[in-house]
Design a protein around this ligand. Structure first.
Ligand code: AMP
Length: 490
C-alpha cells in the first residue's frame, strides 16, 4: 500500500489525513487497516512510534462513519484500553485529529488522577469512543455511570505494559462485561507467554501483524554502560549531564522516591531537573511535561510507569540511573530516544547488584553494551586481570561483561558465557519465555561483539537512518499540538 486512497476510507477521514499531510501508510498501517476494515480481530506486535494509533483509529472511524448508530446513554461504541493516562490522552487526541471532519464523534477519556464527576457527565449521553485506563473504567462501571454491553470494537493497547503494571486482572473483568460479538484489536510491543495467552482468550481467529522484533530498537541507539558504585551515582549523573551534549534527557529511576532524590542531588550540583511519577497530581505532571516539551527543562526524571506514553520529540539521551530488572523495560526506555532516525544515546549506570540485570538485558537485545569502569574501588581482583590500566576511567576491553565470574544470576539460572566465550549464550540461550520467536531469529548468537568495539560497529551495515528492520519510526508532529491541559475530558 503506497497511498491511503487504496484503503477506501470514508471521505472525512481522507480529508483529515490530507490536513495532517500523511501521504504514505506506515508498515503497521498497511497491514492492519485492511484487516480491521474487513472486520477481523487483529493481534499486532508494534511499538509506539510506528504509527500504531492511526492503524486502529482510522478503520474504527471508518466503521463509525459507515455504520451510524446513536450511542446509547452511558455507553460507548468503541472502547480503547491503555495503560497510562498520558497514553490515553494521546490516543484520544489522535481520534479527534483523524476524526475532525467525522460527525457525530464524541470522544471521552476515563483516566485516573482527575475528578470522576466530569467523566461521569461526559459519558452520560453515550459516546462513540471511550479511551480508558482499566482502574477508572471499572470505577465508572461500579458507579453505574457506564455500561459496556454496547461495545462494538475493543482495542487493547500496550498489552505488555498492562501486564507489567498489574492490570491483567482488571482487563479480564472488563472483557467479561463486553458483548461476545465484537471486534477486538490487541497491540503489544512484546509477546511474553502471559500476553499471548490473554490474546488467545480475548480474540476470535485473529490475524497477526508484526512490524519488527521489538529488540531491534536497540540497534540504532548508541548504548553505553558505566560501572559504578551505588553511592557514586548522584555525582556520576551530574558529571554525565555536564559533559554530554544533551538536548533533552530522560533519566529513569526504579522508584518514585528515587526520582525525587535524584532531583535533590542534581539541585545540589547546580542542575535543574524535574521528576514525573504517579505521586504527582495530574496538573503537576502536565506542567512538567509541558516544560520538558518546550525545552524549559532539559532533564526529566521518571519511573518506568510515569514515562510510558510520554510523547516528546527530541530526547537525545536516556540515562538509566537504575537498571530495570525486567529486560524489556530497558528496550522500552531506550526506545524513547533515537526516534525518527535521530541518533540517540542511552547511558546505563550499573552497580554491583545490577550486574545480573545487565546480563539479562544483553541477552534480550543480543548485544554486548560497551562499558566504562568508574567504580571507586576499581575492578574486583577476581574479575579483572591485574594491571589492566587506569581503574577509574578505563574503557572496558570486554564490552558488556563487567562482572564475569559473578554467579548471582536470577532464578538460579546458570549464566552461560561468562569468561572467554561469553557470546555463546546470547540469542539462542535467551530463556525469557517470550513466545514470538524473535529471539531465535537469524541474527541470534553470532552477532555479539566480543572484542573492544563501539555500538556503531554492532549495527547492521545496511541499516538506513530511520529504518529498523523494516520499521520506519515516525516522529510525532509538534504542530498542531495541544497542550496537556486541553487534553482533559470535556
Ligand atoms: P504512534 O506510533 O501512533 O505513536 O505514531 C507516531 C507518530 O507518527 C504520530 O505523531 C503520528 O501523528 C505520526 N504518524 C502516524 N502515521 C503516519 C503516517 N502515515 N505518515 C506520517 N506520520 C504519521
Amino acid at each position: 500500500m503506497n497511498s491511503f486512497d487504496e484503503f477506501g476510507l470514508a471521505e472525512p477521514i481522507s480529508r483529515a489525513l490530507a490536513d495532517e499531510k500523511y501521504l504514505t501508510p506506515t508498515p503497521i498501517q498497511a497491514q492492519t487497516i485492511p484487516l480491521v476494515l474487513s472486520g477481523r480481530d487483529v493481534v499486532g506486535i508494534a511499538q509506539t512510534g510506528t504509527g500504531k494509533t492511526a492503524a486502529f483509529a482510522l478503520p474504527i472511524l471508518h466503521h463509525l462513519t459507515t455504520k451510524r448508530l446513536r450511542p446509547e446513554r452511558k455507553s460507548c461504541r468503541v472502547l480503547v484500553l491503555s495503560p497510562t493516562r498520558e497514553l490515553s490522552g494521546q490516543i484520544g487526541d489522535s481520534f479527534r485529529t483523524y476524526g475532525k471532519h467525522t460527525r457525530p464523534l464524541a470522544v471521552a477519556l476515563a483516566i485516573g488522577g482527575v475528578p470522576i464527576n466530569r467523566q461521569i457527565r461526559s459519558v452520560a449521553h453515550g459516546v462513540e469512543v471511550l479511551v480508558a485506563t482499566p482502574g477508572r473504567l471499572l470505577d465508572l462501571v461500579q458507579q453505574r455511570a457506564l455500561r459496556l454491553d454496547q461495545v462494538e470494537i475493543l482495542v487493547l493497547d500496550e498489552a505488555d505494559r498492562m501486564l507489567d503494571m498489574g492490570f491483567i486482572h482488571d482487563i479480564r473483568k472488563v472483557v467479561a462485561m463486553l458483548p461476545k460479538q465484537r471486534q477486538t484489536l490487541f497491540f503489544s510491543a512484546t509477546m511474553p507467554q502471559e500476553i499471548a495467552q490473554l490474546a488467545g482468550q480475548m480474540l476470535n481467529d485473529p490475524a497477526k501483524v508484526s512490524v519488527a522484533p521489538q529488540a531491534t530498537t536497540a540497534e540504532k541507539v548508541d548504548q553505553r554502560v558505566i560501572l559504578t558504585d551505588r553511592a557514586s551515582k548522584p555525582s556520576l549523573l551530574a558529571e554525565v549531564l555536564k559533559t554530554e551534549t544533551i538536548d533533552r534527557v530522560l533519566v529513569f529511576t526504579r522508584t518514585k522516591h528515587g526520582a525525587d532524590k535524584v532531583v535533590r542531588a542534581l539541585e545540589k550540583a547546580g542542575l535543574k531537573s524535574e521528576a514525573i511519577h504517579g505521586n504527582k497530581s495530574q496538573n503537576q505532571r502536565e506542567r512538567v511535561l509541558a516544560d520538558f516539551r518546550s525545552g524549559r527543562i532539559r532533564t526529566l526524571i521518571a519511573t518506568d510507569i510515569a514515562a510510558r506514553g510520554i510523547d516528546v520529540d527530541g530526547i537525545s539521551h536516556v540515562v538509566n540511573y537504575d537498571l530495570p530488572n525486567i529486560p524489556e523495560s530497558y528496550v522500552h526506555r531506550i526506545g524513547r530516544t533515537a526516534r525518527a532516525g535521530a541518533a540517540g544515546v542511552a547511558i546505563s549506570f550499573c552497580d554491583h547488584e545490577e550486574a545480573p540485570f545487565l546480563r539479562d538485558i544483553e541477552r534480550l537485545i543480543r548485544m554486548s553494551i560497551p562499558s566504562t569502569d568508574k567504580r571507586t574501588g576499581g575492578p574486583r581482583p577476581q574479575q579483572r586481570a591485574a594491571g589492566d590500566g587506569d581503574r577509574n576511567q578505563r574503557q572496558d576491553q570486554r564490552p558488556g561483561r563487567p562482572y564475569r565470574g559473578n554467579k548471582q544470576g536470577r532464578g538460579g539460572q546458570s549464566h552461560r558465557g561468562h569468561g572467554a566465550g561469553h557470546s555463546a549464550g546470547h540469542g539462542a540461550g535467551h530463556g525469557g519465555g517470550h513466545g514470538n520467536g524473535h529471539h531465535n531469529g537469524a541474527n541470534g548468537g553470532g552477532r555479539t561483539a566480543i572484542a573492544s568495539t563501539t555500538p556503531h560497529q554492532q549495527r547492521p551495515a545496511e541499516q538506513k537512518p530511520g529504518e529498523l528492520g523494516g520499521v520506519t519510526f515516525l516522529q510525532r508532529k509538534q504542530e498542531p499540538r495541544r497542550n496537556n491541559a486541553q487534553r482533559a475530558p470535556r
